[in-house]
Design a protein around this ligand. Structure first.
Ligand SMILES: Cc1cc2nc3c(=O)[nH]c(=O)nc-3n(C[C@H](O)[C@H](O)[C@H](O)COP(=O)(O)OP(=O)(O)OC[C@H]3O[C@@H](n4cnc5c(N)ncnc54)[C@H](O)[C@@H]3O)c2cc1C
Length: 428
């Protein structure tokens, strides 16, 4: 039974990382994504490869996971990471300093106290009224590069990736899910594919998918967050406020801009929510407390996305819900075979979450191969681009030549997104 071993629903970082892991273990895997890769939360995140320090006091399990994965991602996907480092700056909650340092130590998160004058020379735009500064190993992760690299690795190992293919139903035989019903948005057709296992990696939409199998309660809570873009790069490093996790506590330098964020509020439907109008003023106040120039520079735009978090039932304060992940085996939980769902986590921990998911899938399928993603470097898609491949796919050669000719020019960064979109479209 099953043309595919596994069908993965969702082309955010979780779905892509699972597809990469399964393909590397030799399983025939198909990924279906209803939009472009990363059209969900992963493409609208804050840009931070967490050091773990943000969660060191309140959420130690996530803190430790982030610290471990931070090192691995820097190693296997260095072309997607800008290793900026990060500062935690103490402004008013002085009693938090000792707790913060203790939490970092207990979770193996490296920290270094930095002289305030020295730090202000390094980051001259920072509010000078800071009381202490601790350096951590935060970094910036360029998500689209990361996604295309994961997709390319998976594809090289035999996986199929179909974008603009929306899963509209789950095929069932009794209490077993045996495949998916898909709407191909480009060709305007509906088709079915069968598989031994179906993996739901649809982020905040996961509950909508599992409902197709008759599962009503996924034990998941959705919290939306808003981010605001300052159209200038204000710092070399990621700058965090040293205080318990709260709204408006971070600025991430992302390419040539800075992202101020974020907020957190519980929502019901990821397809139907709005950015609260007060978020702009709130993020302006919080952001300019870190970098006073933000008041003068203003925001060029705002965007938001939805965290697909694990619900433990009792905690509904959006900031206090843990960022750890769970793999839900629906055979154990609901008596429905052939279906597993990944919930929670961070973009930083997507590799670990994928490993845990692939372990469950392999156990169920009796596959003995172990995970190799920790030590497998991801390919750099720009290096993989060549005119022969582009010609085969029938993409306009003159456009590719123009892009390649801009390598090394002052416009190269501006064109890098277009590069990646082109490379992705030539691959799937
Ligand atoms: C405001 C905010 C800021 C964040 N910042 C950070 C950060 O700085 N660092 C960090 O590590 N983490 C961050 N996170 C967390 C991180 O972004 C998420 O944990 C992660 O991106 C979730 O990825 P995912 O693949 O599980 O979900 P998604 O990226 O949402 O992917 C799910 C995919 O499923 C697709 N899909 C939905 N329905 C269907 C269907 N029927 N058929 C086919 N496909 C379907 C969607 O289109 C989507 O692409 C942030 C989250 C938020 C909300």
């Amino acid at each position: 039974m099953g043309k595919y071993d596994v069908i993965v629903v969702g082309g955010g970082v979780t779905g892509l990382a699972v597809t990469h892991d399964l393909a590397l273990r030799g399983l025939k895997t198909l990924l279906c994504e209803r939009g472009d890769l990363l059209s969900g939360t992963s493409g609208k995140f804050h840009g931070l490869l967490h050091s773990g320090a943000r969660y060191a006091v309140n959420d130690p399990e996530s803190a430790y996971e982030c610290a471990v994965e931070n090192k691995i991602i820097k190693e296997i996907a260095s072309h997607c990471v800008e290793d900026t480092g990060g500062y935690f700056v103490l402004m008013d909650e002085e009693e938090y300093y000792d707790e913060f340092k203790k939490g970092c130590k207990e979770n193996s998160i490296p920290t270094k106290d930095v002289d305030v004058d020295e730090a202000l020379r390094e980051e001259p735009g920072l509010n000078p009224n800071v009381k202490a500064i601790v350096e951590v190993q935060d970094a910036v992760l360029y998500a689209y590069k990361f996604a295309v690299s994961l997709g390319l690795a998976a594809k090289t190992n035999g996986a199929e990736i179909r974008t603009y293919n929306e899963v509209i139903g789950l095929l069932k035989e009794g209490r077993r899910v045996v495949g998916v019903k898909v709407f191909d948005k480009i060709n305007k057709s509906v088709y079915e594919e069968d598989a031994k296992m179906t993996v739901v990696a649809a982020g905040p939409w996961s509950e909508k998918i599992t409902r197709m199998a008759g599962i009503q309660d996924l034990r998941m809570v959705l919290t939306a967050g808003t981010m605001a873009v300052v159209p200038y790069r204000l710092s070399k490093r990621v700058i965090n406020k040293m205080r318990p996790p709260s709204d408006g506590d971070i600025l991430v330098p992302y390419g040539s801009v800075s992202i101020v964020g974020t907020t957190a509020y519980v929502i019901e439907d990821p397809d139907d929510y709005k950015i609260p109008p007060e978020d702009a003023e709130f993020l302006m106040e919080e952001g300019s407390a870190l970098f006073p120039a933000i008041k003068r520079l203003g925001f060029s735009r705002m965007y938001s996305s939805v965290r697909p978090l694990v619900s433990l039932g009792e905690e509904m304060d959006a900031r206090k819900i843990s960022r750890r992940y769970e793999i839900y085996d629906h055979e154990e939980l609901h008596g429905i075979e052939g279906l597993v769902t990944a919930v929670g986590g961070k973009l930083t921990t997507c590799r670990a979450m994928a490993e845990a998911m692939a372990d469950v899938v392999c156990k169920k399928l009796g596959v003995k191969k172990g995970c190799k993603t920790k030590e497998t470097k991801l390919p750099n898609p720009i290096e993989a681009l060549n005119l022969e491949r582009v010609k085969i796919k029938g993409l306009p050669e003159n456009l590719i030549r123009r892009m390649l000719d801009r390598r090394g020019t002052i416009d190269e960064e501006l064109l890098s997104d277009a590069f990646y979109i082109f490379i992705a479209s030539s691959l799937w």
